[in-house]
Design a protein around this ligand. Structure first.
Ligand code: ZN
Length: 418
């Protein structure tokens, strides 16, 4: 193990416990953001700050030659749920048992954040010792509100903070989502679609005088449940991407004697890399066209679900409930060099695929930047009671990030071994 990692292991483990012990549910990340800011301030990076959305950013400027790397992850955690299921453990007072840390968020994803932060600190020290700048920029960004509002914090960072602070477009992005030290190179997409049909109200004693919006919805529901007209591809995860309905509302509804003139269903659609949101909307538009031919009264609409999100800084934005699919080319030099960097510290990473959503939707899908998920925690307990992560895996991840820095910025690994 690199001497740098050995020497700072205890400090690293206690930092993980400390940030896990700070409750940081979505919209309430201020305390953990300030603790991370404190960790990064004063170490000698060029700029360390909290942006308008409440993300924590630290920038180590380069000579402008590149490559530019971004280390990122989310600071928010999901609620602990029923405390009885934690069997005596306090989700917000991290406990060490049998080489594991137990606490909400240790796996998803404060363990990964800590590895990135400590490797970033090691890079800053190496730069200070050498007296030379890195060839490219190294940026750490801890984002807010990933869990409920996928990509909110990352979207703000990418669109507003990067240009404002003159941060270069990254060439390669690492997200510290739990991967058990594998390299996750792709992700399934997800969108929540709101499909509405429209009719005309009437007294329900004379329904023939109205147009029942619920009746208009039936052929749409039928098509969804029979999977007709939807390109449900099998993605790298090996299973078919599903489509289903998770809610149905009619308006006016309830006990009124009124034929409803609006019906809304909530469609949960997962999709494979190579499919876009426009493709998915078009599937519905084609279906509507067909139904209109059969019934001139048919009227319907489809759009992604939007909702209002407020960050702890007070910044508000309407965001769509979706994350796009993406796939990073595993034969690209970015990936092969990452693998060889990890081999230098005794790791032999396999490639993985994520069925859930991450901020790679912004970096990989919307901005075409090679992106990988990489962190130590095993992803078996995420969002569950007694969430845990194995310390040795997290220490390996820290060492792996140092080796990645060494590889891409041309710093001799021996620099971290003395
Ligand atoms: Zn996560």
């Amino acid at each position: 193990m690199l001497k740098k990692v050995q020497d700072t292991r205890d400090e690293y483990v206690s930092f993980i416990k400390e940030i896990v012990s700070i409750d940081s549910q979505p919209g309430d990340e201020e305390a953990v953001a300030r603790r991370i800011l404190k960790e990064l301030e004063g170490i000698g990076a060029d700029e360390t700050f909290i942006d308008g959305a409440g993300n924590v950013v630290s920038v180590l400027r380069g000579e402008g030659k590149g490559p530019n790397l971004l280390f990122t992850g989310h600071m928010d955690v999901v609620p602990a749920g029923n405390l009885e299921n934690w069997e005596g453990y306090d989700p917000f007072n991290a406990t060490e048992v049998d080489g594991k840390i137990i606490g909400r968020g240790v796996c998803d994803m404060k363990g990964g954040l800590a590895a990135q932060i400590f490797a970033f600190k090691a890079a800053v020290e190496a730069v200070k010792r050498s007296g030379k700048k890195l060839p490219g920029e190294l940026v750490f960004c801890g984002v807010v509100l990933e869990e409920p509002a996928e990509m909110f914090g990352m979207r703000y960072f990418y669109r507003d903070t990067m240009p404002k602070h003159n941060i270069a477009k990254p060439d390669l992005v690492f997200i510290g989502e739990p991967s058990m030290n594998t390299l996750v190179t792709g992700q399934r997409g997800k969108v929540e679609l709101v499909v509405k049909t429209y009719g005309r109200t009437a007294h329900s004693s004379t329904p023939q005088e109205g147009i029942n919006a619920l009746e208009m919805m039936i052929p749409i529901m039928d098509a969804i449940f029979k999977e007709e007209g939807f390109d449900l591809r099998t993605d790298k995860g090996g299973s078919k991407t599903p489509i289903t309905i998770t809610n149905c509302i009619v308006r006016p509804g309830g006990t009124l004697s009124v034929v409803p003139d609006e019906c809304e269903i909530c469609v949960d659609r997962r999709y494979a890399p190579g499919q876009s949101l426009d493709d998915l909307l078009k599937e519905f538009e084609d279906l509507f066209e067909k139904l209109k031919k059969d019934n001139p009264n048919f009227s319907a609409s489809v759009e992604p679900r939007y909702y209002d999100v407020t960050a702890w800084t007070g910044y508000e934005e309407k965001v769509p409930k979706y994350h796009p699919s993406w796939q990073t080319d595993e034969s690209s030099e970015w990936v092969t060099r990452t693998v060889s960097a990890l081999k230098k510290v005794g790791q032999d990473p396999q490639f993985g695929y994520a069925v859930g959503g991450t901020d790679g939707g912004i970096t990989a899908a919307e901005n075409n930047i090679p992106t990988m998920l990489y962190s130590g925690p095993e992803p078996f307990s995420l969002h569950k009671p007694k969430e845990y992560a194995t310390i040795d895996l997290m220490v390996k991840n820290y060492e792996g990030y140092i080796s990645i820095i060494s590889e891409f910025y041309g710093i001799d690994l021996a620099e971290f071994d003395k």
